[in-house]
Design a protein around this ligand. Structure first.
Ligand SMILES: Nc1ncnc2c1ncn2[C@@H]1O[C@H](COP(=O)(O)OP(=O)(O)OP(=O)(O)O)[C@@H](O)[C@H]1O
Length: 369
């Protein structure tokens, strides 16, 4: 059992401003929680506070109900895997993994058993006599994880452990981390700036910005129901398309009208208003790339619904095609099936289902439901 609760946690370095403002999150037993956000948002600081490597300025850190703010790192039953692996260069893999256990005065036999078991789990049993400099980045990374596993901690913390690996190895290691999480049945908290890594690994994800939690939710909820513009733009590849405008009323119909008036969307269907918002309110419309339909525009065609634009660029990704457009001087991206035949410069109409559109308040940036 290992449940971690952060209650109104704040951090200021040496009397400076608060880089973590007021963070309250609960991490359930055996949950895999990812902290994600842009550089400087405070992910590492938060993780280091949980590890005990940074002092907590305000708030409570609870492990299984016990307040551990003032407990030394070694007494926390929490193991951390660092971005740079932090292996001892002069020690073999075996000694690197055994080191923490020796410090705890564990018997030689017990140490051997634990190191061997972890090495088997990570498939590095043939590397135990090597020094870190004689291994690849991926192998060093496994040793760093092995060193955490042998401690049999209640909680694992990972600080961007895949960032030094190439793209292919990162993909493989993501799958292995998922398996490791299932096998160890441990609580894991994982920091990354890569939203794809966050989406694929996390049971739940904390999206951070400027030391504040923007949203704490499952990957699908973050993707389908972002609570604000920041989360909507941060989660998803390619990012959500945005178009600013305002709510208008014409002839009894409530509509969204883009700033330059090229896009008008009725917000009522069969007498139901999809969005209750004061007339004149400034909003931002958001639509995901895969929700945009694209068809060739007939030059003679008039009175067609949708946005008329032309194709700025096409990227063939194999299984899909990314098409780039300009709508009111903003970039729009559509994700289309791989066999879509479109070419640079063609005139097209873009359209989408109104039910798939998100609206955000332009001032507060919060979603309007
Ligand atoms: N020792 C320190 N003293 C003063 N300010 C610090 C210290 N460490 C970090 N900060 C500041 O705290 C804020 C959060 O830093 P942190 O390293 O936690 O961000 P991060 O989200 O992990 O960023 P990155 O992805 O770039 O590592 C930043 O503004 C950073 O400059």
């Amino acid at each position: 059992m290992a449940e971690v609760i952060l209650r109104h946690i704040a951090k200021a370095y040496a009397g400076g401003p608060r880089v973590i403002k007021d963070v309250t999150i609960d991490v359930k037993d055996r949950e895999f929680v990812v902290l994600v956000g842009p550089s400087g948002c405070g992910k590492s600081t938060l993780l280091r506070m949980i590890a005990g490597l940074e002092e907590i300025t305000d708030g409570d850190l609870l492990l299984d109900g016990q307040r551990i703010n003032d407990l030394a790192p070694k007494d926390r039953d929490i193991a951390m895997v660092f971005q740079n692996y932090a292996l001892y260069p002069h020690m073999t893999v075996y000694d690197n993994m055994a080191f923490g256990l020796k410090l705890r005065n564990m018997s030689k036999d017990d140490i051997r058993q634990r190191v061997t078991q972890a090495a088997n789990m990570l498939e590095i049993e043939t590397l135990l006599d090597r020094k870190p400099k004689d291994m690849s980045g991926g192998q060093r990374q496994r040793v760093a994880i092995g060193r955490a596993i042998v401690r049999n901690p209640k909680v694992f913390l990972f600080d961007e452990p895949l960032s030094n690996l190439d793209a292919k190895l990162r993909g493989q290691t993501r799958i292995e981390l998922q398996k490791l999480h299932r096998d160890l049945q441990a609580t894991m908290i994982y920091v990354t700036h890569d939203q794809v890594e966050a989406m694929t690994l996390g049971d739940r994800i904390v999206v951070l910005r400027g030391g504040d939690v923007m949203q704490y939710d499952t990957p699908l909820m973050l993707y389908n129901q972002p609570v604000n513009l920041f989360v909507a733009g941060f989660i998803g590849t390619p990012p959500m398309n945005f178009l600013p405008g305002r709510i208008t009323r014409e002839g009894g119909t409530v509509r969204f009208e883009s700033v330059e008036g090229t896009v008008q969307v009725a917000l009522e269907t069969a007498g139901n208003t999809l969005m209750t918002s004061p007339i004149g309110r400034e909003v931002v419309m958001g639509i995901r790339a895969e929700q945009i339909r694209v068809r060739l525009a007939d030059l003679q065609e008039r009175n067609s619904t949708g946005i008329r634009t032309s194709i700025d660029a096409i990227e063939h990704m194999g299984s899909e095609v990314l098409a780039y457009f300009t709508v009111e001087r903003r970039r729009f991206i559509a994700k289309l099936p791989g066999d879509t035949k479109l070419e640079f410069g063609q005139s097209v109409f873009l359209s989408w289902d109104i039910g798939k559109v998100h609206f955000f308040d332009a001032q507060t940036e919060q979603v309007i439901r």
